[in-house]
Design a protein around this ligand. Sequence first.
Ligand SMILES: Nc1ncnc2c1ncn2[C@@H]1O[C@H](COP(=O)(O)OP(=O)(O)OP(=O)(O)O)[C@@H](O)[C@H]1O
Ligand SMILES: O=P(O)(O)OC[C@@]1(O)O[C@H](CO)[C@@H](O)[C@@H]1O
Length: 312
Amino acid sequence: MIVTLTLNPSLDRTIDVDRLVTGTMTRARSARIDPGGKGVNVSRALLANRVPTVAVVTSGGADGEQLVRLLEGDGIAVHAVPVAGRTRSNVTIVEPDGVVTKLNEPGEPLSRAELDAVAGVVLDEAEGASWAVTCGSLPPGVPDDIYARLCAFFTSAGVRVAVDASGPALLAAVGAGPHLVKPNREELAEAVGRPVASVGDAVEAARELRERGAGTVLASLGADGAVLVGEDGVTIGTAPVAEPRSTVGAGDALLAGFLAAGADGAPALAEGLAWGAAAVRLPASRMPGPDDIRRDIVRIDTRPDLGRSLIA
Ligand SMILES: Nc1ncnc2c1ncn2[C@@H]1O[C@H](COP(=O)(O)OP(=O)(O)OP(=O)(O)O)[C@@H](O)[C@H]1O
Ligand SMILES: O=P(O)(O)OC[C@@]1(O)O[C@H](CO)[C@@H](O)[C@@H]1O
């Protein structure tokens, strides 16, 4: 069973417009609301593919109640921790030519007592779990080392830890020795303080995160696929998508597929890439189920061209 933690979940509002013109009122063509947050999405993808999972989330106000209703309506086992601050909404505006504008609210502050309550719940839920997955941004006021501290508890309880974070939270978590981290290209570049312009740059940056404590690095590279750097070496894979619909949540689907396939080596990378590509073919932040996933499009390269540029 895989437990996910989303300290800063969201209602994801996806709005389709003919053209976004700032400074004017634009009538949308359509809109939808999905439960959101990186850990939430990992659990959504796992459940859609019948992998046992529990989503631990904070939930505040009417929007938090709606988030929980949506998750429960999808059949997700959710453990919601009530908090005073309203659960945020993140807005994605999609134009017909595929231009996506995403506005993420910061979320409301968590009190120390609320954070302690969430930590207690996720540690309880993780007892006997195979993985604990801590994902996403931190609400205002939450210490940057929260994922690192939780990682130490999970590891001492024999639970493997995966972290999808950015900035100081990612760096602190790396130092706590998680089994797996899943940065995207921008998060990887920020973590090492230099550009990631080629596959070789991504590999070198991933290797640096390993030297600083991460066990395995699954670095996602958008349309260029993903790089897996672990004790067994370097593997890269791609899964091209002819007509991307929405990349929102693609990294969460990649991570979920990788974990679902055992989180080890090329076969798991291939599964993650198949799930990530399937997510990109779906609208908004919809997570792929078995009928959406195509494995024939995945290409794995255990001897990657490290010089290949990642900049179009
Ligand atoms: N345009 C695309 N075409 C094909 N595959 C894509 C595309 N964009 C993303 N993917 C797939 O999704 C995976 C994750 O993408 P990305 O690197 O954008 O992750 P991310 O930034 O963490 O995404 P999010 O934070 O929205 O979940 C990629 O490794 C790739 O497999
Ligand atoms: O603000 P964060 O926590 O970094 O990202 C939140 C978010 O953009 O991530 C998911 C896609 O990965 C969406 O469901 C959600 O809106």
